[in-house]
Design a protein. Structure first.
Lengths: 257, 236
């Protein structure tokens, strides 16, 4: 495969994915392609369906309709651990490290469940490398439960990276970080991409998300309302309305008695 | 001197700092909007003003009196009242009982009857349903009840956290009409609202909170025209 072909490869294809919870249409016909090596941002107001889309992609919930194609394989309805074996890793918005294990052991656990089947000894080597990469090596012996918020976020990322994924889903890795920690984490995310890992990222810290993403898709009430470069979506009237409200409704309210 | 003045306030939860030196002032009789994107710290600011979250540093003064360290119930006694996000009604109690709970301060208890008439006049629906359990009301009625319960406390400053969240446009309109009426009656209000257009349309003055700091402030009509507000929400 030439470099150009590698770049053009669609690593993840989401086709008309829909998911409903009772009366709530959580996702409606969401469709996009993610080329290998890109960082794709996923944004939308609270409750837009972003995390639900992650769950539909990595198999936590099977979508009711639509297909998810990953590395050329239709993984719709697969169990999450099988999706992980194919090279997709994710972080969670609410981090839940194995508190009673050390930082290193947590990352070893990540290395054991990726798409490369490593024996424990090799998993330790990988885990140490990843901890150095996220700059958490100094804490490798600490219990995960003793880490602060920023360190726990790095551990969450390290655990996912130790699986050596082709595609990484990041769900609010910046939440709870101070501005300096946000800058550091964004630098790490860029380095992850430089290693050739494709990234799909949900983030509420918008200036960070817009600066790191190549393209952005926007969900509102489960519907994909826009897609494009960060500048395109930030100036899209539908996106602005989703975030700031309907100016006409506001006018009507002011003019009615 | 402002009616409520917050100076260089910092606070957060555990080791997580949310507010990074917030200063804002509410003028008496004005409706002030506090907007900002998800996670900006709006609820934390309301909770800290209210005494539900402990301020780390900074000062809160009300009518010139330092109330920074007062407990929430003492602030409620002074007339600082919060209509919380998600309503937080007593769902197993009746509409009437919820309204009574709002009037638990001594000051408000004395005027229970006249205040009840006032809120029933503002929200006739609640009068019709006064015996019904709060948990069986529709979402819009529950939000009306949460506002009415706040009014029963005879607020000097009434603060709203996400008034319109999850409500159909027609209900949002009717709640905002009530806000306009309360404004003409001279009530001082602080409105946290995810619908920025509505919040700025109804308010006199606005503060835009961004990552725990006040980035923009001004007359609401001016702020509404600013492209920076879009940038606060969308990053670029």
């Amino acid at each position: 495969m030439t470099a150009q072909q590698a770049q053009d490869e669609i690593i993840l294809s989401v086709r008309k994915v829909s998911k409903r919870f009772g009366g709530l249409q959580a996702l409606c016909d969401v469709t996009f392609d993610l080329p290998r090596g890109q960082i794709l941002g996923l944004i939308g107001p609270n409750g837009a369906g972003k995390t639900t889309l992650f769950n539909a992609i990595n198999g936590i919930y099977p979508p009711e309709q639509g297909r998810v194609i990953f590395r050329g394989t239709d993984i719709t309805g697969w169990q999450p651990y099988n999706v992980a074996r194919l090279g997709m890793a994710r972080t969670h918005q609410i981090v839940r490290p194995l508190n009673e294990l050390t930082v290193l052991e947590n990352v070893v656990a990540g290395a054991c469940f990726g798409h490369e089947h490593h024996p424990l000894g090799q998993a330790r080597v990988i885990a140490s490398e990843v901890l150095a990469f996220v700059e958490l090596a100094a804490r490798h012996d600490a219990l995960a439960g003793s880490l602060n918020v920023a360190q726990k976020k790095r551990l969450e990322l390290a655990r996912a990276l130790a699986a050596r994924p082709h595609l990484l889903l990041l769900d609010e890795v910046l939440a709870g970080l101070n501005p300096k920690e946000i800058d550091e984490m964004i630098r790490v995310v860029r380095q992850v991409r430089e290693q050739g890992i494709t990234i799909l990222i949900i983030e509420h810290v918008m200036h960070a998300l817009m600066s790191v993403s190549d393209r952005v898709i926007v969900l509102d009430y489960g519907e994909q309302i826009a897609a494009g470069t960060p500048a395109e979506v930030a100036n899209n009237p539908r996106v602005i309305e989703a975030y700031l409200g309907d100016p006409e409704l506001a006018e009507r309210m002011m003019t009615s008695a | 001197m402002a009616y409520l003045e917050v100076t260089d306030l910092t606070s957060g939860y555990g080791e997580l700092q949310i507010l990074w030196g917030v200063s804002l002032a509410l003028e008496r009789g004005q409706l002030t909007a506090l907007v900002g994107s998800n996670g900006a710290g709006k609820t934390t600011l309301l909770r800290t003003i209210m005494g539900l979250t402990r301020p780390w540093h900074g000062k809160i003064s009300f009518e010139g009196r330092d109330v920074t360290r007062l407990a929430a119930h003492a602030k409620a006694d002074l007339g600082l009242i919060l209509v919380p996000e998600g309503r937080q009604l007593f769902t197993a109690m009746s509409v009437y009982e919820n309204l009574e709970m709002g009037a638990y301060t001594r000051r408000a208890m004395n005027n229970l009857k006249s205040n009840l008439e006032r809120v029933y006049d503002l929200f006739p629906r609640l009068k019709e349903r006064s015996g019904q359990k709060a948990g069986t009301l529709s979402g819009g009625e529950q939000q009306m009840l949460a506002v009415a319960r706040g009014l029963m406390a005879e607020p000097r400053i009434l603060m709203f956290d996400e008034l319109s969240l999850g409500l159909a446009p027609v209900l949002v309109m009717s709640l905002f009409q009530v806000l306009r009426r309360l404004k003409t009656e001279g009530l001082t209000m602080l409105l946290v609202e995810q619908n920025v257009q509505l919040a700025l349309a109804v308010s006199d003055y606005a503060f835009v909170l961004s990552e725990g700091r006040i980035g923009i402030q001004g007359q609401a009509a001016e702020v509404r025209k600013m492209d920076q507000v879009r940038r606060v929400y969308l990053g670029i």
